[in-house]
Design a protein around this ligand. Structure first.
Ligand code: LMR
Length: 406
């Protein structure tokens, strides 16, 4: 019997999500999952932020609450709060009505809406999308699926495991004018390497010279430094320098709303006059793909963003999460140094956000998974949030053993 689907080629498994499946199936008591980027508390458990619990309780107790469709564009309490979080409460662009924000299916949905929008309206029409080398495993797939040509700019210096700023600037300079440049706003995924404030200025200089269009992906605001304003530095810098841009924003990590798929796409235009055109197209794309956005996570995040007390408490929780991750980074580095593990491990402590790009080869990653039940992505990225006081010795010893076995 033949099949209509016989010519559909097998797609490769997602490099990040496949790890969750493998790790869940692994019943070994020593297993450690450092795969997917999701915060865990010091006992290795998912952590529901106290402000999220409070917002949920408020919603559950509200007799007026219902499950009606949200309006086009999403929940205003969310989109307006999210806008202020990204651009700052005193943002000139917001005051001048040059910002439109639409609710999306978290950061992935925001990237996809941006990708489809840019495919239809980018100028020049043959502009490619440039992603950092390396980048989040899903970026290429999203932009290729939307029909873009995807190219890479240098980002990681694979020897020092720091930023290859010269390579990045050279590649941005060498690209044809008017390309779309995907930038990680903070806490770069997978490397944990962020440009300094000065380097962001240099990046902005080159992008201005070359008339490139910035698309920021902001999935970790609050996780890089523990401070939401500092983590929005690059975006606010580009806006203040007069760039038009798009920002994909996720509340998965910083509010712990992973499965609720809560996020926004923000568009900043140079002229208030073009905003209605842009917003009408984003609304149309959203209607065509998701009809209206999911309500539950939006109501939780909207409540936290609009309530001064909950908002303050949320900032404290983010600071706490980023502090715990930083502590784990330093501990892992210290333990590797104490074990005398060959190589330098300072990068583990210097990198920022949820991830560390360890520099471990694919072969070592495979051995760690097969022999030590330690899960990390093939590129050697670990989710530092998966480390805790109960597993850090085991992880350090496992890494030490495979590094020595050369
Ligand atoms: C990650 O990089 O692990 C997270 O962003 C989760 C995901 O969707 O890939």
């Amino acid at each position: 019997m033949s099949s209509y689907f016989a010519n559909v080629p097998q797609a490769p498994a997602d490099g990040i999500l496949k790890l969750s499946v493998l790790s869940r199936a692994d019943t070994n008591g020593t297993k450690v999952d450092l795969g997917v980027g999701a915060y865990r508390d010091d006992s290795g458990k998912p952590w529901v932020l106290p402000v999220v619990r409070k917002a949920e309780q408020q919603l559950a107790a509200d007799p007026q609450a219902n499950h009606e469709y949200l309006g086009v564009g999403g929940l205003p309490a969310l989109t307006q709060g999210a806008q202020k979080l990204i651009f700052g409460a005193g943002s000139e662009a917001i005051k001048q009505q040059r910002v439109y924000s639409i609710q999306t299916i978290s950061g992935t949905g925001a990237n996809m809406v941006a990708a489809v929008f840019l495919k239809q309206f980018k100028q020049p029409a043959d502009a490619a999308v440039y992603i950092s080398k390396p980048t989040w495993g899903n970026h290429r797939s999203i932009f290729e699926t939307a029909g873009h040509v995807v190219r890479e700019y240098r980002y990681c210096n694979y020897t020092t495991l720091g930023l290859d700023i010269q390579g990045m600037l050279d590649d941005l300079r060498a690209a044809p004018r008017g390309q779309i440049i995907l930038l990680h706003a903070c806490a770069h995924n997978p490397t944990g390497i962020d440009p300094t404030a000065e380097q962001w200025q240099q990046i902005a200089d080159v992008m201005q010279e070359r008339s490139h269009f910035p698309l920021f992906d902001c999935a970790y605001q609050g996780f890089a430094t523990g401070d939401v304003a500092r983590d929005a530095y690059a975006i606010r810098l580009f806006v203040s320098r007069g760039f038009e841009l798009l920002v994909a924003q996720s509340f998965a990590k910083n509010m712990g709303l992973y499965g609720e798929r809560t996020g926004c796409l923000h568009a900043v235009t140079a002229l208030a006059a073009v905003l209605p055109q842009v917003s009408s197209q984003l609304n149309r794309l959203s209607r065509a793909t998701i009809s209206t956005a999911p309500a539950y996570g939006a109501k939780i995040a909207g409540t936290v963003l609009q309530d001064a007390e909950l908002y303050e408490e949320w900032l404290g929780s983010m600071e706490m999460m980023s502090r715990r991750i930083k502590k784990m980074r330093d501990l892992l580095r210290d333990k590797l140094v104490a074990l005398g593990t060959p190589g330098s491990w300072d990068h583990v402590s210097q990198q920022i956000g949820m991830f560390s790009f360890t520099g471990l080869s694919k072969q070592k990653v495979d051995r760690l998974r097969e022999e030590y039940h330690l899960y990390m992505t093939d590129d050697g990225r670990i989710s530092v949030a998966g480390l805790n006081s109960g597993n850090i010795d085991y992880v350090a010893k496992a890494i030490d053993a495979v590094v020595r076995s050369d």
